[in-house]
Design a protein around this ligand. Structure first.
Ligand code: CDP
Length: 204
């Protein structure tokens, strides 16, 4: 059975954690599409041209252990503006979404561009302060040299660039269910998304 769950939203809203937990709960496959852009961004940091980087992306590129850094996130958000970079990553995402047994994809444009026919679409948000705090804790917990203010600025810059670009801008699909996780634990947000999926699964 094909069943696609699209989870979009701004930076560090909890999409990845929610997507992973939901996929595990239902036994679906999970793709963090941000990792694709991060891997392309990381290649540009060593001089590879962005479109070429996207067209030649390998499994090893996706397995690099520095992809979650703030510097790579910024590079990702710059390459994500380029239509040809996005186009080069389309087939992989489409094939992943169409796999049998169910798939959860998280990103910015899953419900709008990649999988406009997804059975479930969620748009996950949280206040800037809450998102910055969560990401600061994640990065500093890994020993990164970051400040709360620096993280907040990084998120705001990337969100603005993601919203204002012409290629697949960050915007909720009209039929997406919105969840604001500012005052929720991630566990609570996971429960809310699972409940939403259960509701729709009963109908398909
Ligand atoms: O983890 P976080 O939410 O901070 O970022 P990410 O999901 O790993 O995405 C990194 C960057 O890739 C974002 O700032 C976007 O510019 C870009 N991206 C995108 O344009 N489209 C996607 N489907 C996923 C990520």
């Amino acid at each position: 059975m094909r069943f696609t769950v699209a989870i979009d939203g701004p930076a560090a809203a909890g999409k990845g954690t929610i997507a992973r937990a939901v996929a595990e709960h239902f036994g679906f496959a999970h793709l963090d599409t941000g990792l694709l852009y991060r891997a392309v961004g990381a290649k540009t940091m060593v001089g590879v041209e962005p479109i070429e980087a996207a067209r030649t992306l390998t499994a090893e590129d996706l397995a690099r252990d520095d992809l979650r850094s703030a510097a790579v996130a910024q590079a990702a958000s710059w390459v994500a503006v380029i239509g040809e970079v996005r186009a080069a990553l389309l087939d992989f995402q489409h094939a992943f979404a169409a796999r049998m047994g169910g798939a959860v994809l998280d990103g910015r444009d899953i419900g709008t561009v990649i999988c406009p026919d997804a059975e479930v679409k969620m748009f996950v948000t949280a206040s800037d302060d809450v998102r910055a705090r969560r990401r600061f804790e994640e990065l500093s917990g890994k020993g990164a040299d970051v400040t709360l203010d620096g993280v907040l600025q990084d998120l705001r810059e990337r969100d603005a660039r993601d919203r204002e670009r012409s290629a697949a801008p960050l915007v909720a699909a009209d039929d997406a269910v919105r969840i604001d996780t500012s005052d929720m634990t991630i566990a609570h947000a996971v429960e809310a998304v699972i409940a939403e999926i259960e509701k729709i699964r009963g109908k398909v």
